[in-house]
Design a protein around this ligand. Structure first.
Ligand SMILES: Cc1cc2nc3c(=O)[nH]c(=O)nc-3n(C[C@H](O)[C@H](O)[C@H](O)COP(=O)(O)OP(=O)(O)OC[C@H]3O[C@@H](n4cnc5c(N)ncnc54)[C@H](O)[C@@H]3O)c2cc1C
Length: 390
């Protein structure tokens, strides 16, 4: 696919991706979304459907057996899945998050082996940066990796790990030199089957209840030294570079959730009658719907522009990734809350999907760096003069 991104219209190829994912989600993802949330269970139907259609990890390059979707096509896949079921959208999103460090910085052997397995559906990938005492301050992590001959031995606790226990593969950031803070952190691929790897109980969450979030325990996990991703001491840099790209996918998730809520609210407003006419006839509600549509579209355009930056590796990707994630997630929170308002009392019940969407939207303001952290990132880029439209 072309790396050129018209700002206001999708290419035919990208539009075809959207239509294919929309059809798949209407048939095989949306029907289970309420039950997945209600039972807080893994969206197995969506996982099977996405794998069968090669949308489970669309970003993996063709050279490693993947679908070879560019950043925009990957964003469209995630957006469309999130429109139907936010929990399910974490499957393609976190497969990209977990494996991108390997793709960006790994040896050719690591890429062939792990990206190949991911593309073939032989195991998903998780990303292990956060710890109980190291969230926004991720460089304050304590997990250690100590070299012993041609192996490393890992010890520590990673917290909030999406798809932990389901994924076969884990990109783990660990301290190799405690004196050097962020420059003393290295990245490794750990496998679920490695001796000493275990998982905590699933977190009981407000939203994205179908997406498993668990702690990952590393208890004297001995792995071959060639499972290090890039050179020793470069793990934190790789982790941050990864987030520059994947924040765009969280923006897409937010856009999808918001679009799902808007679509539902539009349909409802035209059917629900009060004062003898559809509530969509009332200008007070029309203005609310108009603002929702305007903001979703602004968030989408910003997300697609950021996807273009991601695909080309532009120098202002850091700004755009943070800005798109921050803006789109704030829009998702506002639009889903307003969708509940459009449905009145019915919107407040679990008989309708919009309250689920509102709960799901909240996480997009928190993970891959809170929106406070995104603003720190943006301000740094602005003050350094990196973001410029000239
Ligand atoms: C459902 C879920 C899934 C997740 N998945 C993953 C995953 O797969 N892999 C992974 O590694 N992590 C994951 N995370 C972790 C997530 O990225 C962190 O929760 C997030 O970065 C915030 O860290 P924290 O929760 O420790 O909050 P804290 O860092 O303790 O922040 C608490 C509050 O303080 C604010 N704050 C902190 N520092 C500053 C500052 N300097 N200036 C202004 N405000 C500040 C924050 O914005 C926030 O409002 C997940 C989290 C959740 C809830």
């Amino acid at each position: 696919m072309s790396a050129e991104y018209p700002m206001f219209a999708l290419s035919e190829e990208h539009q075809a991706v959207r239509e294919a994912v929309r059809d798949l989600c209407d048939a095989k993802v949306a029907p289970y979304a309420a039950d997945v949330d209600e039972q807080a269970r893994y969206p197995q139907e969506a996982a099977d459907a996405l794998l069968a259609a090669d949308f489970h990890a669309p970003h993996v390059p063709e050279a490693y057996g993947g679908a070879g979707a560019d950043a925009l096509a990957t964003v469209i896949v995630i957006e469309e899945v999130a429109r139907a079921c936010a929990s399910s959208s974490l499957i393609p999103a976190v497969n990209k998050l977990g494996s991108l460090p390997v793709q960006l910085s790994g040896s050719e052997e690591l890429k062939k082996h792990y990206l190949g397995k991911l593309a073939a559906g032989e195991g998903g990938f998780s990303y292990c940066l956060s710890e109980p005492d190291a969230g926004s301050d991720a460089a304050g992590m304590k997990t250690r990796a100590v070299r012993d001959g041609d192996t490393y031995v890992l010890n520590g606790v990673k917290r909030w790990i999406t798809n932990a226990g389901v994924s076969e593969y884990y990109t783990v950031m660990a301290v190799t030199d405690p004196e050097k803070r962020s420059r003393g952190i290295s990245a490794f691929v750990v496998e679920k089957s490695d001796e000493g790897v275990s998982f905590g109980a699933p977190e009981k969450k407000l939203g994205i209840k179908g997406s498993p979030t668990r702690e990952v325990y590393l208890d004297n996990v001995r792995i071959p030294a060639d499972r290090m991703i890039g050179a020793e001491g470069t793990g934190f840099e790789t982790a941050m570079k990864t987030l520059d790209h994947t924040r765009v996918t969280i923006a897409a998730q937010a856009v999808g959730i918001a679009q799902g809520a808007l679509d539902y609210a539009l349909g409802y407003a035209q059917e629900r009658k009060q004062f003898g006419k559809p509530i969509s006839d009332f200008q007070g509600l029309q203005f609310l719907l108009a603002d929702m549509g305007m903001k979703v579209e602004a968030a989408r355009q910003m997300t697609y522009a950021a996807a273009g930056k991601s695909e080309r590796g532009d120098k202002d990707l850091t700004f755009f990734g943070a800005a798109a994630k921050c803006f789109a997630s704030d829009v998702a929170m506002e639009v889903t809350t307003n969708a509940v308002q459009v449905l009145g009392g019915y919107g407040f019940t679990r008989d309708y999907p919009v309250e689920r969407m509102m709960r799901d939207a909240k996480i997009t303001q928190i993970y891959e760096g809170t929106n406070q952290v995104q603003r720190i990132v943006m301000a740094r880029q602005l003050l350094a003069g990196v973001q410029s439209h000239l």
